[in-house]
Design a protein around this ligand. Structure first.
Ligand SMILES: [Zn+2]
Length: 324
């Protein structure tokens, strides 16, 4: 699925070619694209509209049209935009004819892509406010923001940063790459990351996205440029889709695990595996180390541990760790 760098690549290719043009004819061949709006009413709004700006919000392409109309396009799984192809490929779902003989074709074999037309900047902002969180590379994407929205969240940090309502534009590829760069295990609960870790991850997300944009996106499946060419970021992945290959940091093999139902790639050495199980997972470790520090290790057999007075110390520890 195209993520921020892929959509930004498309945007950078389309903007100089389409801004200032006029849509002279719009044909929406797949009614699912505009659902719940009927295609005919969207076609009527598009026809005669001037393209003022081609922007992006998260994984959406945002077409600013004349008359304060906005076309919000999402490529979802397999959507591809082609400018001036020689012929319409199979699975063409939208055809936009522009002045000076240009044609933009939206192709989507899986048909999950969408195009919503909204009227007015306020409607556009409301649409995105309900769907996407802070946008990387903007002033709102701060460590403080990430700490605040992650507070108390037990979901794995990978699921958290790929949730579009938290972080706009990050998906499976760039989450793996960013977590590896930050040295953070994808299964670590989001609410348990320290401020320092969030600061590192924030920077790593932008680094991974920037590398993807520089390589003009990753074409591991359907993603193509507007002339049908492939991106090259798939050749520069550090860990994503590199199971069994050596970690670029330490040389140990990259492993594939599953997080939130998605194939996920990690170096178990550079991204330390978290101790799961909430606060209770901390207690045995603390109790095991405490007597050891006071007395030689062999003098404290494991069966003595339950005899350690529990309640006052345990509650003290809990409140300390809770306050962290
Ligand atoms: Zn490693």
């Amino acid at each position: 699925m195209p993520e921020l760098p892929e959509v930004e690549t498309i945007r950078r290719q389309l903007a100089p070619r389409l801004e200032g043009r006029t849509i002279v004819r719009a044909e929406i061949l797949d009614p699912r694209w505009t659902r719940p709006e009927p295609p005919a009413s969207v076609e009527a709004e598009l026809c005669g509209s001037g393209v003022e700006r081609v922007g992006r919000a998260g994984k959406y392409l945002v077409w600013s049209l004349s008359g304060e109309r906005y076309l919000l396009m999402h490529l979802r799984m397999t959507g591809v935009l082609l400018l001036d192809p020689l012929a319409d490929p199979p699975h063409t779902s939208v055809r936009l004819n522009l002045d000076a003989g240009h044609r933009l074709i939206y192709v989507d074999p899986r048909r999950f892509g969408t195009g919503h037309l909204v009227l007015g900047a306020r409607a556009r902002d409301a649409y995105f406010a309900a769907r996407i969180g802070a946008e990387p590379f903007t002033p709102e994407f701060t460590t403080e923001y990430l700490c605040r929205v992650a507070r108390g969240r037990t979901a794995p940090v990978k699921s958290f940063i790929t949730d579009q309502r938290r972080v706009a534009g990050v998906g499976n590829i760039y989450a793996d790459e960013a977590l590896f760069r930050a040295g953070i295990h994808p299964l670590r609960p989001a609410g348990r990351l320290s401020t320092v870790q969030w600061a590192r991850l924030r920077g790593a997300i932008e680094e991974a996205l920037r590398a993807g944009i520089e390589a003009k996106g990753a074409s591991i499946d359907d993603f193509r440029h507007i002339d049908g060419a492939r991106g090259s970021f798939q050749d520069r992945f550090l860990v994503h889709r590199r199971a069994g290959e050596p970690c670029p940091n330490c040389g140990r093999p990259v492993r594939k695990i599953v997080v939130g139902g998605r194939g996920t790639y990690v170096c178990g050495h550079c991204q330390r595996t978290p101790r799961l199980g909430g606060t209770s997972a901390r207690r045995p470790a603390t109790e095991a180390t405490k007597p050891q520090a006071a007395t030689p290790r062999r003098a404290v057999p494991p069966d003595r541990r339950p005899a350690v007075p529990r309640s006052p110390r345990a509650s003290g520890r809990r409140s300390r760790s809770g306050g962290r």
